[in-house]
Write a protein that binds this ligand. Sequence first.
Ligand SMILES: C[S@@+](CC[C@H](N)C(=O)[O-])C[C@H]1O[C@@H](n2cnc3c(N)ncnc32)[C@H](O)[C@@H]1O
Length: 376
Amino acid sequence: MDTYAQLLDQLAESGALGEEWRGAFERAPRSAFVPDAVWTPDGDAPNGYRRVTRTAEPDTWWAQVHSNAVVVTQLDDGAADGPGVATSSASMPSLVAEMLGHLDVRPGQSVLDVGTGTGWTSGLLCARLGDESVSTVEVDSAVCAQAATHLAAAGFSPAIHLGDGLLGRPGGVQFDRIHSTAAVQRVPAAWIEQTKPGGVIVTPWGTPYANAALLRLEVGEAGQESHGRFVGNVSFMWARAQRPHTAVPAGVAESLGASRMDPDLAVENVNAAFAIGLCVPGVRYSHTWDEADPTGTYRMVLSDDAGSWASARLQRWDDKGSVHQAGPRRIWDEITVARLRWLEEGKPGLTDFGLTVAADGTQTIWLGGPGPLGSE
Ligand SMILES: C[S@@+](CC[C@H](N)C(=O)[O-])C[C@H]1O[C@@H](n2cnc3c(N)ncnc32)[C@H](O)[C@@H]1O
């Protein structure tokens, strides 16, 4: 991708960028917000990333900024020598455009933007709605300060708050829209309280198993339910306080068995993974290679945050002893049943599901339309 104009043409042609947003994307170019130093994936680097600066490698920097790809701007919450987990970024432009489209915002409406990051989304909202209509909140002080600098230099002045965006913007203000680029497992009560009845919340939503969906929630009258659908497949960084537990390495097996299912099918595609994740609360997985394993096979390792874990060998999975399970739950059995349920439901897609938030904050997932899971 050579220029920003070409990127915008590509987004418009793909349908991601609506005509009503094109002018804002032109007035708030991505390059005005991406910091001079970014992180580019590098398989040879110990943490998987190489630092690229605008001055030392201008061609690489500009190519990243004008590509339809995420640009990682912070690792490990800014800690030096961390494992290389991306914790802030300029999101993928097509997703930025799609999310803003789902927000369905009109001139005169107010928006709270959670997860300021580089400030690009806030800048786009200011360009469309005016500075006075936009508030943004970022949890990381260094990221927040940098975004404030870039927003001011680009000529935008939204209300910028440093703090936990899961609490919204304290102060009793209600917004027409809340837009988040930090993924949640539970829609925070503060977001419902701070959205006007009939207003809309757009946020990445996921389970520890599948951080995979974009939720568009329509907020009900005070004291009533809010309903929404999953409208797309996205994967965003978790909101800090809702990050899932770190995967637990497999320990001493309590129970050994054979698998009744090829473990590859547990993450066959995003729709299967999303549906399975809904049925196995708190479970996350990783794939590991055990060099000490004389059979030299890959395993899928699963755990929850209450002491249960399982692992399934990816080859010869139906041999006795290929599955290990320990703790109060039999996680591999749960995964197998969850996938069967997905098959029985006719392999629903992620966008066939939706979510209701009750007045007390309880979340209920449904399939087809609001009601118990599985109802139409
Ligand atoms: C994907 S980045 C945001 C991208 C941003 N919208 C942009 O245009 O560059 C996610 C951001 O959410 C922030 N974040 C994570 N948890 C948060 C929280 N609880 N409250 C506010 N910000 C949070 C991260 O520090 C990170 O900067």
